[in-house]
Design a protein around this ligand. Sequence first.
Ligand code: GUN
Ligand code: ZN
Length: 435
Amino acid sequence: MPQAKAFRAALLHSLADPREVGIEASYEYFEDGLLVVEDGKVAQIGAAAELLASLPAGTEVTEYPDALITPGFIDTHIHYPQTGMIASYGEQLLDWLNTYTFPTERAFGDAAHAGEVAEVFLKELLRNGTTTALVFGSVHKESVDAFFEACEKRNLRMIAGKVLMDRNAPGYLTDTAESGYADSKALIERWHGKGRLHYAVTPRFAPTSTPEQLTLAGKLFQEYPDLYMHTHLSENRQEIEWVRELFPERKGYLDVYDHHGLIGARSVFAHGVHLCDDECQRLGETGSAVAFCPTSNLFLGSGLFDLEKVEGYGVRVGLGTDVGAGTSFSQLQSLNEAYKVMQLQGKKLDPFKSLYLATLGGARALYLDDRIGNLQPGKEADFVVLDYKATPLIDFRLSQATTLEEKLFALTILGDDRAVKETYAAGVSVHRKEA
Ligand code: GUN
Ligand code: ZN
């Protein structure tokens, strides 16, 4: 019998989408709670007063006073090669790609460089409490090997893929339809389903792939069970116009992907800022997901994502940082910006909905909600300890709060990496903040 470990703190996790069940039924909270972990999974969750008495003798109990344990955060869209170019000045999407992104990604054919950046990137994710992410590599297969090697060492549940791009990009950064297919296939054979890792077929976006490449990407997506498909969609108005010119025979942007068999369960489209009703309908009926990336959409001036409209069509929506267009690795900061994106549209974002988006909603978008996303018994023990005293201001603001809702909201607005005291993956500490 593996030795159980227990963690005592306030505990909060989502049980369902507040949109479907209402706020009250959407979460479970224990003011003085106990999380019991065994063999990397949640064994029990409940009130400390009830569970402590029945713990097997000798069980180690770690106490976190003035802290809140939540599930690990799930980032449904991020680019690891862009870590070193976060916060690059002045451009919108297409110029930003040409000026900053492509030159930065060039270096990832070098395995040593890719390995170094993968380390920086993963440490940054973990110090922000993110335990699962859907990650773009670069066009180079070496970039994905380096990333998965770094994840495997830490036993993280992660999804990634090699970028497919065979046109409209510098020659140093393009593959071909055939080489992209073959390299992706080799990576799938090596990594997909190994430990906690999954592979995503990753065409960058419609403008940088020929129809031949998209056809092979669609074929590959169908060839292995439980593969992901990860790309960008309808982020920027100029981009959408360009797709129309490149694919005049298609009904619109989404139809380009649809025509090539790239839509369905485990297809994740970043952004979807400018989707029409028909596109939302199609995404919903096919079980596809959209990653809402508020810091990126504001930073690149792309527009305001209409969460209510997209969810209204039954589309699964997760939260993404989209670093390096996104300006923070923190899901708390992403929620801060998401709240403002909603405000600018005259809408609200309830804090329990925010919690859901960053955890169970992300897991649902990725079809991983049977394993991660909340702390129900049987789930993998990926969780984060948030510090109520992280900064003098957070400490003071929370001391004034009279309800859980108020505390949670203030944490999502004021919190960032400083609020993350410790991060656990499969029950093992993978980041602890310096005291
Ligand atoms: N569209 C195509 N490539 C990218 C990228 O790297 N970042 C963002 N935000 N959008 C893209
Ligand atoms: Zn992106």
